[in-house]
Design a protein around this ligand. Structure first.
Ligand code: GLY
Length: 310
C-alpha cells in the first residue's frame, strides 16, 4: 500500500498577512515528513519529523512562535501516538523546549508513563539531556504584539475563535507502507490562557489518537471544546461505524459546534490511505502528500495540488 502524510498548521482565522507563510510552512513540513517515509522511516518517525518542522517555523503556534499565557510565558503541550501498539507519550506545560514532540516521544519510549507535566516534564528532559532554550528564543515579535493587544481569553465559540485571538496548534498524521498509522500534535495553547492551563493537545483521544484498526487523527481548535467531546476518538468511532474519514470528521466537528459551540479542525488518515483535512473555523493551513502529489489548502472547499516530481 502507498504511504500518506497529512499536516495542519492550526484552525483559526488566519490573517492574510500570515497566509502565504502558513501555506509554505505546511507544504515544507509535509514534504519533510513524507521524505522520512520514502527513506524507510515509520509513520511515527514521519509525524515527529513533520511536527518538528512546524515547531521550528515561527509562523505557527508551537515551539518557536508559541502563544503566550496570561503571565506572558511560554508553556507547551504535545502528544505523539503509535497506532501499531497504542504506545503514546505526551508533555504539558513544559518550558524552554524547542521541540516538545520529541520530548513526548521520549516519554513514550523511555518511561512507563504516558503524560508528564510542568516541572516533572522539564526534570525528565534534563535527565535525558534534551536540549533546552531560553524562553525568549521561542517568542516572536508578532506574538508579543498580539498578546498585548488581546488581553482576554477566547471562549472558543465560533465568533471568538474566528476573531484572531486564537492562533492555534500544529499536527501530523501518517500511514506508512506497512499500514501502520501515527499522529502527533504540538501547541503553545491559546493566547492568555491561565498559567498551568492544559488544552486538548496532549490529552490522549482529544488532541490526537492513532489506532491501526481505524486511523490516526490530529485535532486543532478550542481546547476546552475538544476536551468535552473527545474529538479525536469521536472521529475514529464514527469511522469504526462505517463513515468515510471526511464524513466522520465533518459530523464530529458539527457535533462539537452544536453541543458546546466549539470551533476547530482535524486531519485524519486511515490504514488504507484515505485522508481528510476538515475545519469549522474560517481557515486552516494544511498539506498532504500522497504518492507523487502534494495537496494543500487554506480556505474552506479549496484545494490545490503540485506534482512532486516537478
Ligand atoms: N487546541 C489547542 C489548545 O486549545 O490548547
Amino acid at each position: 500500500m502507498s504511504a500518506v502524510l497529512v499536516v495542519h498548521g492550526g484552525a483559526w482565522a488566519i490573517p492574510d498577512e500570515l497566509a502565504t507563510a502558513s501555506i509554505d510552512g505546511v507544504k515544507a513540513a509535509a514534504r519533510k515528513g513524507f521524505l522520512t517515509l520514502t527513506r524507510g522511516g515509520s509513520a511515527l518517525d514521519a509525524v515527529e519529523a513533520a511536527v518538528r518542522a512546524l515547531e521550528d517555523n515561527s509562523v505557527f503556534n508551537a515551539g518557536h512562535g508559541a502563544a503566550l499565557n496570561a503571565d506572558g510565558e511560554v508553556e507547551l503541550d504535545s502528544i505523539i501516538m503509535d497506532g501499531k501498539t497504542l504506545a503514546c507519550g505526551a508533555v504539558s506545560s513544559v518550558k524552554n523546549i524547542a521541540n516538545p514532540v520529541s520530548l513526548a516521544r521520549a516519554v513514550m519510549e523511555k518511561t512507563s508513563h504516558v503524560l508528564l507535566t510542568g516541572k516533572g516534564a522539564n526534570l525528565f528532559a534534563e535527565s535525558i539531556g534534551a536540549a533546552t532554550v531560553p524562553t525568549e528564543t521561542l517568542v516572536t515579535e508578532y506574538e508579543r504584539r498580539e498578546w498585548k493587544k488581546h488581553k482576554n481569553y477566547s471562549t472558543g465559540v465560533k465568533e471568538d475563535f474566528n476573531s484572531q485571538w486564537a492562533h492555534d496548534t500544529v499536527g501530523a498524521v501518517a500511514v506508512d507502507s506497512a499500514g501502520n498509522v501515527a499522529c502527533a500534535t504540538s501547541t503553545g495553547g491559546i493566547r492568555n490562557k491561565m498559567v498551568g492551563r492544559v488544552g486538548d493537545s496532549p490529552i490522549i483521544g482529544c488532541g490526537g489518537f492513532a489506532d491501526n484498526t481505524s486511523g490516526a487523527v490530529s485535532c486543532t481548535g478550542h481546547g476546552e471544546s475538544i476536551l468535552k467531546v473527545t474529538l479525536a476518538r469521536l472521529i475514529l468511532s464514527h469511522i469504526e461505524q462505517g463513515k468515510s474519514v471526511a464524513n466522520a470528521s465533518q459530523v464530529s466537528l458539527q457535533h462539537m459546534g452544536d453541543r458546546v459551540q466549539g470551533a476547530g479542525g482535524a486531519i485524519v488518515v486511515s490504514p488504507s490511505g484515505e485522508w481528510a483535512a476538515t475545519f469549522t473555523t474560517e481557515r486552516m493551513a494544511w498539506a498532504a502528500v500522497e504518492g507523487d502529489v502534494l495537496w494543500y489548502g487554506l480556505d474552506p472547499n479549496e484545494r490545490a495540488k503540485e506534482e512532486l516530481s516537478q
